[in-house]
Write a protein that binds this ligand. Structure first.
Ligand SMILES: N[C@@H](CCOP(=O)(O)O)C(=O)O
Length: 502
């Protein structure tokens, strides 16, 4: 729609101009640093950073209702930079001119209500927000759109050049980083570090396909992360992990979209998020907080963070009820089908602690909870979801297992509506489904396939091998008719079908 057709009170706000003043704030010592350079940790104390807008209060001068209308009307615009996560420009990257914004189709992923059967089985109303429908098939694209737009901005301002971007990954981050960096080639080149044999074949193929340098490292994700941290402190490289605070800004869009999809009504809503490097849960909480402070939503949804018992450092931390006595201890991970979240020392842990505290305070009650689930439950619930019309990855299965657990623990009330984060597309993790169906899941996962859920292909061949069609030997017309007849009869028999009357 043309801008002069929008209501008059919306027009001045419809297309955002660069505004505000962003700065990095250290979560350790509180020092502030300019965003005009690449920075990932505080140069003074090495702690992680958050990005704040010095003029955030300016945004609060518009009413929450007006913001809602602005975002609703922006849906109708055809401007590429505003089609993705930057619909919420003022809350994500207000200093960025539209020309610096990278849009590859990320964001605004569908929120699909669970099938009637599945909702009945779980006993609660819930939706899957399918972040696997992002361009590289995971939620990481939200953060990469933001991080790479910020780098493009620095390049456009001639503040940096010839950027080499690096990240450590369990498979989703690398796919997203390589995709977005390659779009900005040759201005940016990327390299990704993966734990050898601990990402799926599909995920390994993604950065290779995007032309990134791919380094496989013996060890687990946490080891790769340490190498990347070392690289980013000793060499002039851009770190694309969520240690980079721009990633958090982009991933906040997930919350903004949920709020908008519920028509800004967050009454009795809960959001379930799997936790790996902990950037996502930090972003999800922070996003809702920002909208709450701006009056765009009038209550904060409940947040449930889920971890597998094979990679549960955040859950373990919160097991201690007395916050003064909580001590964070990294854990050694064990093999997990929620491989993307197989992280024992999440870089965003200090963010989780700080933001969850603020979230609970702003909610006026405890509103952030953590649950732990078994590997068996993750796999069983993923398959159950997908056998009922969903496209959840194993982390999506982890969320559903987490919902079931939270409900059993009384953390979710029956009048609540829940959104589960399917962080990636099911096909990225189909190897685990395959292993389950073939009863070949290695012992350390502690998963026994449930025969009810197993689904394997059946080969249906004619009795007479001469009736098998092939490229080399075409069947005669009558032979082919015989082939079709025999195969259809066999399938009908297997499916218990009775012929219809001619
Ligand atoms: N699960 C992640 C691990 C890296 O997390 P990030 O928050 O630093 O991107 C992945 O897919 O690599």
């Amino acid at each position: 729609m043309k801008t002069d057709l929008f209501p008059e009170h919306i027009r001045p706000h419809l297309i955002p101009k660069p505004k505000g003043e962003l700065y990095y704030q250290c979560l350790g010592c509180g020092a502030q640093h300019s965003v005009e350079k690449l920075l990932y940790v505080c140069p003074e104390c090495n702690a992680v950073l958050m990005i704040h807008n010095r003029h955030q209060e300016e945004l609060h001068k518009l009413s929450g209702t007006l913001w809602q209308q602005i975002f609703d009307y922006r849906k109708m615009l055809k401007i590429p930079a505003l089609k993705g996560i930057y619909r919420y420009h003022e809350f994500i990257g207000p200093i960025l001119p539209l020309e610096s914004i990278l849009y590859l189709g990320e964001g605004h992923t569908p929120q699909i209500e669970a099938s009637e059967f599945l909702q009945e089985k779980v006993g609660i109303r819930f939706f899957y927000k399918n972040d696997g429908q992002n361009p590289s098939a995971s939620f990481k694209d939200r953060g990469m759109a933001s991080a790479l737009s910020s780098i493009k901005y620095l390049i456009d301002q001639k503040l940096v050049s010839d950027v080499i971007a690096v990240c450590a990954s369990t498979g989703d981050t690398s796919a997203a980083a390589a995709l977005y960096a390659s779009y900005l080639g040759p201005l940016i080149k990327s390299a990704v570090l993966l734990p050898h044999k601990k990402v799926t074949a599909q995920q390994l193929s993604q950065p290779l396909g995007s032309g990134a340098r791919v380094f496989e490292i013996p060890g687990v994700f946490d080891d790769c992360m340490k190498v990347v941290e070392q690289l980013s402190t000793r060499y002039p490289v851009a770190l694309l992990n969520s240690k980079n605070a721009w990633r958090i800004l982009g991933q906040e869009s997930y919350s903004y979209e949920i709020a908008q999809d519920f028509d800004w009504d967050m009454t009795h809503k809960a959001v379930v998020v799997p936790i790996g490097n902990a950037g996502n849960i930090s972003a999800v909480m922070n996003g809702f907080l920002k909208f709450f402070k701006a009056g765009i939503i009038d209550r904060l949804p409940k947040i449930i963070g889920v971890q597998s018992e094979h990679a549960d450092p955040v859950y373990q931390y919160y097991l201690e009820p007395d916050k003064a006595r909580r001590v964070f201890t990294p854990v050694d991970t064990r093999p997990s089908v929620a491989q993307a979240a197989m992280i024992g020392n999440p870089v965003s842990m200090p963010r989780v602690v700080a933001i969850a505290e603020e979230y609970n305070q702003a909610s006026g009650q405890n509103n952030v909870f953590f649950v732990q689930v078994t590997e068996q439950a993750i796999m069983d619930w993923q398959l159950t979801a997908n056998q009922n019309g969903h496209i959840a990855c194993t982390q999506g299965g982890e969320c559903l297992a987490g919902l079931v657990k939270a409900k059993a623990m009384g953390l979710i009330a029956l009048n609540e509506t829940v959104v589960l984060d399917a962080t990636a597309h099911a096909i990225k993790f189909s190897e685990f489904q395959d292993l389950y169906f073939k009863n070949r899941i290695p012992r350390p996962y502690h998963i026994v396939p449930d025969p009810e859920r197993v689904n394997l292909p059946e080969l249906v061949s004619p009795e007479n091998p001469d009736l098998i069609p092939s490229q080399e030997k075409r069947l005669e017309k009558s032979e082919f008719a015989q082939f079709v007849q025999e195969i259809s009869e066999k399938i009908a028999q297997k499916m218990d079908l009775t012929p219809v009357d001619p």
